[in-house]
Design a protein around this ligand. Structure first.
Ligand code: UD1
Ligand code: MG
Length: 378
């Protein structure tokens, strides 16, 4: 099985999906590891079943995401399957979250409490019950797809996952340190369980990145994208930091929001939106979608007008065979970066996107540890 590297002169075949090998190694490591955190309790009456259940349910979700990704690589699934299957995969995890009596309360920002104080006195925390489960389900569906749609140049899928997983690992380590190794504190265990999943994942991804970076010797495939997204979503749910996880997904969130018109077919969407390769200069530049103006839906035209006026979209109109056509850049942040910085070498583009991902991680830490304390009593 192979894919063709579309940003190379040779358009050479590259083995795909190699994510499945890393995922297999990861599952072997995780399965062998299962008894170790529980050695001290084996044979005792006070065995921490809830913790074992949390780890097992996380592994079910991750295993089924790998299966979904592999099916996508084999069969090129339709969008509705890509939304339905992760929702099903999330059910065991959410069920365990529910029966383990985990919290569904959110803290009300101090500023909101002060603003509405003259009219109503809000409590410090509100239990949003089933809405919290809907939110967690949405986090899982979002994460499993977000990495897959920010893809198409060498090293991008594995690189962004590496930066996010290393950042989230660091976040967990900081939290473990803050709990001061008080093993009985619930928060301590939540972050330790996250690390059990994340450290082997980061290691496997680092190896995959080594082979996937420019010039790619392997392609990661959709198997990797779904596995990666699901692992990050699972650790955030088991670690009780799903809202914080979204901060580490800032580039993916912007890419998703920017992509919405093409994902929901308000404007036509080609099969591949990766950048266009120019063999003469060995650079990549933004790729474009061309379509008849009459094909455009009302919401699509509104989107184009707004984006054009704030200069985040390249649009051109031209006439062909007596019809007006529209040419605009494909709606990914990869093309947006190329619109602002101009054509560049594929490895420089990936380097720039990695830098943006790292800066967003720094921003995430700043918001979580500094700004949050201004808005919340944490
Ligand atoms: C997603 C994107 C699509 C993008 C593709 C690239 C959406 C809705 N879909 O589709 O726009 O073009 O990922 O991965 O945003 N490839 C390269 N160089 C790379 C990586 C991939 O040329 O560094 C090409 C290869 O031909 C490879 C193919 O992309 O075989 C993989 O595409 P696939 O993962 O099947 O595409 P989707 O995930 O469906
Ligand atoms: Mg893909």
């Amino acid at each position: 099985m192979y894919g063709n590297d579309q940003c190379k002169v040779s358009n050479a075949p590259v083995p795909e999906p190699m994510g499945v090998i890393c995922a297999a190694v990861y599952l072997i490591v995780m399965f062998v590891f299962i008894p170790f955190p529980f050695i001290e309790w084996i044979g005792m009456d006070t065995f921490p079943y809830a913790k074992l259940l949390a780890i097992l349910s996380g592994l079910i979700s991750i295993s089924t995401a790998i299966l979904l990704g592999f099916a996508d690589d084999m069969l090129d699934l339709r969008w509705r399957h890509k939304l339905l299957f992760p929702t099903l995969s999330s059910l065991p995890l959410l069920m365990v979250y529910y029966v383990s009596g985990n919290s569904t309360t959110v803290i009300v920002p101090t500023i909101v409490r002060h603003l509405v104080q003259p009219f109503v006195v809000l409590p410090i925390t509100i239990n949003i019950s089933f809405i919290y489960y809907i939110f967690m389900g949405m986090v899982i569906v979002f994460c499993t797809n977000a990495i897959n749609i920010l893809a198409g140049i060498n090293g991008l899928e594995s690189g962004q996952s590496l930066v996010i997983s290393a950042s989230v690992s660091l976040f967990n380590l900081v939290q473990v340190y803050r709990f001061g190794a008080d093993e009985n504190a619930a928060g301590f265990w939540h972050h330790i369980i996250s690390l059990y999943f994340l450290l082997p994942f980061t290691a496997c991804t680092a190896v995959l990145f080594y082979f996937n970076k420019y010039p790619s010797r392997v392609f990661v495939g959709d198997t990797f994208c779904y596995w990666s997204g699901m692992t990050l979503a699972v650790v955030s749910i088991l670690g009780h930091f799903s809202k914080t996880l979204m901060l580490f997904f800032i580039p993916q969130t912007i890419n998703f929001v920017y992509s919405i018109p093409q994902l929901f077919h308000l404007v036509p969407c080609p099969r591949h939106r990766l950048p266009k390769y120019d063999a003469e200069s060995d650079t990549v530049s933004m790729s474009v979608a061309e379509f008849k103006k009459s094909q455009l839906k009302t919401l699509g035209s509104i989107f184009i007008t707004i984006c054009r006026s704030i200069r985040i979209l390249y649009v051109e109109e031209f006439e062909k065979d007596g019809e007006i056509y529209v040419r605009m850049n494909n709606l990914t942040i990869i093309n947006l970066v190329l619109k602002f910085f101009g054509p560049m070498h594929e490895s420089s583009l990936n380097g720039l996107l990695m830098l943006i991902q790292m800066l967003c991680s720094c921003l995430a830490f700043f918001i979580r540890f500094y700004l949050a304390s201004l808005f919340y009593d944490v």
